[in-house]
Design a protein around this ligand. Structure first.
Ligand SMILES: [Zn+2]
Length: 495
């Protein structure tokens, strides 16, 4: 079926002025960008876009479906306190809760103009085929695109940080020592199974792999992921140098930076995405660029957890593609890509006094669209509104207060829009959001299901909560001590 979106204005890479244009769509694909009012002879269904600005669906380059039930649970946590608390905030998920948590995230993302994401699915105690499939089903049911990767480790958080176990009182140490992720070959076997039976439409839902953090994974595990990804032609995403503690531990453990270590292991490649990538030196940025790897930049999470500010100007200057992500709901806590895009622009501006070094609105917009598409490995299909690309379109209402009065459309999108100006969202030619509602979702029912799940999870995870809360002061003091150590970054990064 053909559809003609007429009477609107178009804002996409290469057309950042937001001039009037019509879009002809055939099925799920954009067939043509037409001058306004050009007659289309066949019987295309007309969609009136008067007073609407059409932009590509935003792409969330980094999130975690199974923690969306833990929205607004934590305040002053550093990354290390968050990782300590994971058995509490991410534990106890039945298959039903994994689906529900992913559904909550997908609803928020599409409602706020995001049409595709890269999801690192955290499962405790170990990744499972059914768990990842439950997440994929949730995205499928909402109609969203996603790259979905089981997030995995074979070293516990407590062992990953040298000296942390020794800093614990014996009563807590014993239990912390007993926390052991499953051996890596079992996780790789699960991944092989998952890849062999992946039944979702790969144009919309693709599998990937996520060995979570370099020093939480043995080298054998990382190499195993590298090889499996190569065999199947899929992506690998990993949290890299997210906090100063991680950077300090990396140098202690490997005698090189974390990126340097991954380079030695041969992981850096065009299918690789480094999430966060804050504590890098110039050589690291060069290695990522030379390998054609991408970065998933998560400014909201980085600010909330006090992790630091990524060197986005250097990424651009050195040719590292970067997308923008929200991260999961324990660390961001919303999944608002408009907000993330704005924070990416603003965060670049407190790194130095020269405005020529700051990200422009156009650069932030590019990162949230074509940069994210590249990180997802979908750059030839999404991120732009051009012939041959998927019809993933956000209709912004130019009569919403975010656009009154209308000056530079691009600056409104990056600096004023917060999702409240969204009129409709289309994915692959199909409307999924209309009039502020995600179609097919009963919000009252979703809220009740979520409240029931949260109440039940509080009971299931009570013991884990008590344990991680008892450990919190130890982790806090030890990690703050590590973070105060000098670390030789060659650039100013907020610390
Ligand atoms: Zn993350």
């Amino acid at each position: 079926m053909k559809q003609l979106i007429q009477g609107g204005r178009l804002l996409t890479a290469g057309r950042l002025g937001g001039e009037p244009a019509d879009l002809l769509i055939d099925g799920d694909t954009i067939l043509a960008v037409l001058p306004p009012g050009e007659s289309v002879t066949d019987d295309a269904r007309r969609i009136d876009a008067t007073n609407r600005l059409l932009i590509p669906g935003l792409v969330n380059a980094h999130t975690h479906a199974t923690v969306h039930l833990s929205k607004a649970m934590a305040d002053r946590w550093s990354l290390e306190l968050l990782l300590n608390a994971y058995p509490w905030t991410a534990g106890g998920r039945t298959l039903e809760y994994k689906y529900l948590s992913a559904r909550i995230g997908a609803v928020e993302m599409v409602r706020k103009g995001c049409t595709a994401c890269y999801d690192l699915v955290a499962e405790i105690p170990a990744p499972s085929v059914e768990g990842v499939e439950a997440v994929a089903r949730a995205y499928d049911d909402i109609g969203m695109r996603a790259v979905i990767a089981p997030m995995m480790a074979d070293v516990s958080f407590y062992r990953a940080i040298p000296g942390l176990l020794d800093a614990m009182p014996p009563s807590l140490r014993e239990r912390a020592e007993a926390v052991r992720p499953q051996p890596f070959d079992a996780s790789l076997a699960t991944c092989r199974q998952l890849l062999a039976k992946w039944s979702f439409d790969r144009d919309r839902l693709r599998p990937a792999l996520a060995p979570t953090i370099p020093h939480h994974c043995s080298d054998e595990f990382i190499i195993g992921c590298r090889e499996l990804a190569k065999q199947h032609g899929i992506g690998v995403q990993m949290h890299v140098a997210e906090s100063k503690v991680q950077a300090v531990v990396g140098v202690k453990r490997y005698g090189t930076t974390l990126v340097g270590h991954l380079h030695k292991l041969g992981l850096l490649a065009p299918n690789f995405t480094a999430a966060h990538a804050i504590w890098l030196d110039d050589d690291d940025i060069g290695r990522l660029a030379d390998a054609g790897a991408s970065v998933a930049h998560n400014p909201g999470s980085n600010l909330k957890l006090g992790s630091g500010l990524a060197a986005t100007r250097k990424f651009r200057d050195r040719g590292v593609t970067f997308g923008i992500g929200t991260d999961g709901c324990v660390s961001s806590d919303n999944l608002n890509m408009f907000e993330a895009m704005r924070m990416a622009a603003f965060g670049s501006r407190v790194q130095g006094p020269d405005p020529r070094d700051w990200l422009t609105a156009a650069e932030a917009f590019e990162a949230a669209t074509i940069g994210g598409a590249r990180a997802l490995g979908m750059e030839s299909r999404i991120g732009r509104l051009e012939p041959g690309y998927q019809a993933d379109i956000v209709f912004l209402d130019l009569t919403s207060i975010n656009y009154v009065p209308l000056n530079e459309p691009l600056l409104h999108v990056v600096f004023c829009e917060d999702g409240t100006g969204i009129d409709r969202v289309m994915i692959g030619g199909k409307i999924v959001v209309q009039g502020g509602r995600v179609l097919g979702v009963d919000m009252g029912k979703l809220a009740t299901e979520a409240a029931d799940a949260v109440a039940r999870l509080a009971k299931i995870n009570a013991n884990a909560r008590d344990f991680v809360q008892a450990l919190e002061p130890v982790v806090l003091d030890y990690c703050v001590g590590l973070a105060r150590a000098p670390y030789p970054v060659h650039r100013w990064c907020g610390h």
